[in-house]
Design a binder for this molecule. Structure first.
Ligand code: GTP
Ligand code: MG
Length: 291
């Protein structure tokens, strides 16, 4: 099944971001720490030029810390990029971002000349959550599904910094299908654009290879099942996802598995690791796809 999801408001939002970027001092691009490569939007990268740019690896509480460290090292090799793993709900972790924005825009932050910051990223990565934590109160709508924010919103932190919340944007041509499947696994793709069984099997295959201990522990498995379908069946048995005749409901079991994985119920899981393509072609890519 090919995954593509590009609701109408996203094209308009990207245009608005393109206009706004000329009038901001710093951009905070929020990535999902579990999939920092696949959650980077190349359409936003194209707007970057020389603008100070912070890549925030959010939801690091859900990701494998060793893998997150490797991603930070890789991103910081790129000129003009600062990378910071955070958990957007934790004020103590987010406040360092304000200091970094002030550092990157030394001529601003004076009365009447606030540091103008735009927060961008794909859907459901925690942009609005980050803004609310920085503001110390609920200013932007937050939700556990993609495309909660559909228009831009300006928030004055009253400390010399103003923030622009923007809608999550994807790209129309999802040519990198393993990447699209990782996005779907993380919860960045609308439920109407995916099939839980296919995405659940994809995710299961990766987690079975990379984090078998977490699965055995969570679903009380003596041995790892032979394949992803059998594993999802075990999840269905464990969580009681049954049809009326007692047969396992694979789709419900896959959905339940994805819900648990997204919420961190299995433990800390990263869905991809950084890879550099050869010495001459230093392109940053990601491994981690069973597709
Ligand atoms: N575990 C965890 N969950 C988080 C974190 N940050 C945000 N979330 C959750 O992620 C979900 C999405 O958060 P939002 O702030 O609405 O995401 P967004 O990027 O603004 O999404 P759109 O407006 O749809 O583009 C919510 O359920 C948040 O509670 C984090 O650091 N850790
Ligand atoms: Mg939002």
């Amino acid at each position: 099944m090919t995954i593509r999801w590009y609701p109408g408001h996203m094209g308009k939002a990207l245009e608005q971001i393109g206009d706004l970027i000329k009038r901001v001092d710093v951009v905070i691009e929020v990535l999902d720490a579990r999939l920092p490569f696949s959650s980077s939007n190349h359409k936003l990268e194209e707007l970057r030029r020389t603008k100070p740019w912070i890549k925030v690896l959010n939801k690091h509480d859900l990701a494998d810390s060793a893998v997150t460290k490797a991603w930070v090292r890789e991103f910081e090799k790129q000129a003009g990029i600062r990378a910071l793993p955070i958990s957007a709900r934790q004020h103590s972790e987010t406040k360092q971002l304000i200091k970094l924005c002030q550092l990157l825009a030394p001529k601003r932050g004076k009365p009447g000349f606030p540091v103008r910051v735009m927060v961008v990223g794909i859907p459901n990565v925690g942009k609005s959550t980050l803004i609310n934590t920085l503001a110390g109160r609920s200013m932007a709508k937050v939700g556990d599904k993609p495309a909660i924010t559909t228009t831009t919103q300006l928030i004055d932190l009253k400390n010399g910094v103003v923030l622009n919340d923007t809608p999550g944007v994807l790209w129309p041509d999802m040519d990198d299908q393993p990447g699209a499947y990782r996005l779907a696994t993380s919860g960045a793709i609308g439920a109407n654009a995916l099939d839980y069984t296919t995405v659940g099997l994809f995710a299961a295959e990766y987690v079975m290879q990379r984090y078998p201990g977490l699965l055995k522990n969570r679903y009380k498995l003596a041995d790892m099942p032979d394949n992803a379908t059998e594993f999802i069946e075990s999840v269905g048995r464990c969580l009681g996802c049954l049809k009326s005749g007692g047969e396992i409901d694979l789709n419900r079991a896959a959905e339940a598995f994805l819900r648990e994985l997204r919420a961190g119920k299995l433990g800390r899981v990263s869905l991809e690791e950084p890879v550099r393509d050869g010495a001459d072609n230093e392109m940053l890519t990601a491994s981690g796809s069973p597709l």
